[in-house]
Design a protein around this ligand. Structure first.
Ligand code: NAD
Ligand code: MG
Length: 388
């Protein structure tokens, strides 16, 4: 039986993943979550998991109690999440939110199986390291982000040398047509209301600010290895086309699908084959129109910052992601405004750039975690200066 672990099992991607799994057909090694211990314990029982882990030490007692009599191990804390990733598994879903997903993902690669990667932050933070670790251990990383799954599917069987451009789509989020003045007053509640996708709180707000698309540009560069100038973003409000690849003969192949992450998760689960996935089928006549518009980098500066990160490479992805995570916390806490998020990230990138180690050798995990830490400290300072 295929051995499966799901990190971030209680989240939006995690729950969609479990929805596609049948307890009788697979063996669940580890499930991880956060404060929703009852949900975590119920899923661990349903699948007969070996271990259930919460990343919060203060949730240990509640989890242990919820698992009482089941024979399932309970564990807590960041180290316990990593320890769970050390348990051999054939297919691992990486769906923790934020850079916290990096180390568990890296450790899971050591088993040489498949890492289904929803956690885009780990590719942005440590793309080269993840890809080289995968190669070293003979592991496969499959993209779960819908746009990247779409590019991956579109490239299958194609000549990569003939690829001229990779185009990922953006819905534009709830503020797509808002003028700059109105954006300044946007609240977390307004930002979380995504028009097409149902997702976790953090990625929903990142979609509204286009930081999600900025992360995805970098993710695409790291995953597929095409030069950054060949990777484009187009706003496509209907979220039906997830990505397109343009070839040297002028043809463009597009990937269409419903706005339901179970398609991309199911693809990663069944790869290299395909199997039935219970998502709604597209009714093209009812959709009628697919429209496109260029992204506006004045209202959504995150995209411009992503271009800077892609040009600078090195540790800049780690800095960008960490500063974004801190800025997002301050926006959710209502200490800073919506537009301040990009300002905090930009200012942090400038302030940190002089302090980062520069070396020609490949970056190791310590360099990356140091850059992440330093960027979080600076971003806290910058955000506090901007707080109202
Ligand atoms: P979510 O907030 O719904 O769930 C996050 C999960 O991570 C939860 O299980 C939570 O308990 C766990 N978690 C949070 N902080 C943690 C920490 N510090 N250590 C360990 N575990 C922690 O998030 P989501 O929307 O499911 O997104 C998960 C990942 O997938 C993110 O990287 C996101 O960018 C990516 N993604 C999500 C979607 C989507 O549709 N939701 C689409 C594409 C990519
Ligand atoms: Mg996406």
């Amino acid at each position: 039986m295929r051995r499966i672990s799901v990190f971030g099992a209680t989240g939006s991607i995690g729950q969609n993943t479990l929805d596609l799994l049948n307890p009788g057909e697979i063996e669940i090694i580890a499930l991880s979550g956060g404060r929703q211990v009852d949900l975590l314990a119920a899923d661990a029982r349903r699948f007969g998991a070996q271990v259930a882990v919460t990343c919060y030490p203060d949730c240990y007692d509640a989890l242990k109690q919820a698992l009482a009599g089941s024979g399932i191990e309970a564990a807590a804390g960041p180290d316990a999440v990593v320890e769970a990733a050390d348990r051999p598994a054939d297919w691992v879903m990486s769906a923790i939110v934020g850079a916290a997903g990096l180390v568990p993902g890296l450790r899971a690669l050591r088993h040489g199986g498949t890492l289904a990667l929803a956690n885009k932050e780990s590719l942005v933070t440590a793309g080269e390291l993840l890809m080289s670790e995968a190669q070293r251990h003979g592991a496969t990383i499959l993209p779960v982000d819908s746009e990247h799954s779409a590019v991956f599917q579109t490239l299958t069987g194609e000549d990569r040398a003939a690829v001229e451009r990779v185009i990922i789509t953006a819905s534009g989020g709830p503020f797509r047509d808002w003028p700059l003045e109105r954006l300044a007053g946007a609240t977390p509640q307004q930002a979380v209301a995504h028009p097409n996708w149902s997702m976790g709180q953090r990625i929903s707000i990142d979609s509204a600010s286009m930081f999600n698309k900025a992360l995805e540009l970098i993710e695409a560069r790291e995953f597929f290895g095409f030069p950054s100038e060949r990777i484009e973003v187009i706003v496509h409000p209907q979220s039906i086309i997830h990505a397109m690849v343009g070839f040297s003969d002028g043809g463009i192949i597009a990937h269409l699908g419903p706005a339901d992450m179970r398609h991309a998760i199911g693809y990663a689960l069944n790869w290299p084959g395909r199997a039935h996935v219970p998502v709604e089928r597209l009714d093209l006549a009812r959709l009628a129109n697919l429209s496109f518009q260029a992204p506006d980098e004045t209202r959504f500066p995150a995209l411009r910052l992503a271009r800077e990160v892609m040009a600078a490479r090195g540790l800049s992805g780690a800095v960008f992601n960490a500063a974004k995570e801190v800025a997002l916390d301050h926006f959710i806490g209502r200490q800073i405004g919506f537009l301040d998020m990009a300002a905090v990230v930009e200012e942090t990138m400038v302030r940190v750039s002089g302090d980062l180690c520069r070396k020609d050798a490949a970056l190791d995990l310590e360099d990356i975690l140091n850059a992440d830490h330093l960027a979080r400290q600076k971003a806290e300072e910058v955000a506090r200066l901007r707080s109202r």
